[in-house]
Design a binder for this molecule. Structure first.
Ligand SMILES: [Zn+2]
Length: 134
């Protein structure tokens, strides 16, 4: 059992394995013991508390991961827009395709930003009033 549970020292382990290699009887009983161990291991009832915490950390990690990804995407898009606007302002020569695309993209981004902010503000206000009893 100590061998199966990995509680032997390295020296003990080598000596034990050397004996197993030369003794069929011990090898046989080791095989049987191993089978029983595996069976009881499979039948061990999982603690629901463990499942809860495992899921909790997984979910939290996933949520953080998602948030970080969005943050990077939004930051990158905002930088592209700012760069395009700055470029357009600093050297506004002839109207090129790239400049038109940049203006369209910037307009879309600004509208989206305003929309999201307005929605957030609206939700914040309605949430606040929900708590007030009339
Ligand atoms: Zn033996």
């Amino acid at each position: 059992m100590r061998y199966l549970d990995g509680e032997m020292s390295a020296a003990e382990r080598t000596a034990f394995e050397a004996h197993l290699a030369s003794c069929g009887e011990c090898r046989q009983s080791m095989n049987e013991l191993g089978r029983v161990e595996r069976l009881t291991g499979m039948m061990k009832i999982r603690d629901p508390q463990d499942d809860f915490w495992e899921n909790y950390w997984k979910k939290l990690f996933r949520r953080l991961e998602r948030k970080t990804a969005w943050l990077f995407i939004i930051a990158g898009a905002a930088l592209i827009v700012l760069y395009a606007l700055w470029k357009g302002v600093t050297d506004f020569g002839e109207i090129t395709f790239v400049k038109v695309v940049a203006v369209i993209f910037a307009a879309g981004f600004v509208i989206l930003l305003i929309s999201v902010v307005r929605e957030r503000v609206h939700r914040y206000r309605t949430d606040r009033y929900r708590d007030i009893e009339r």
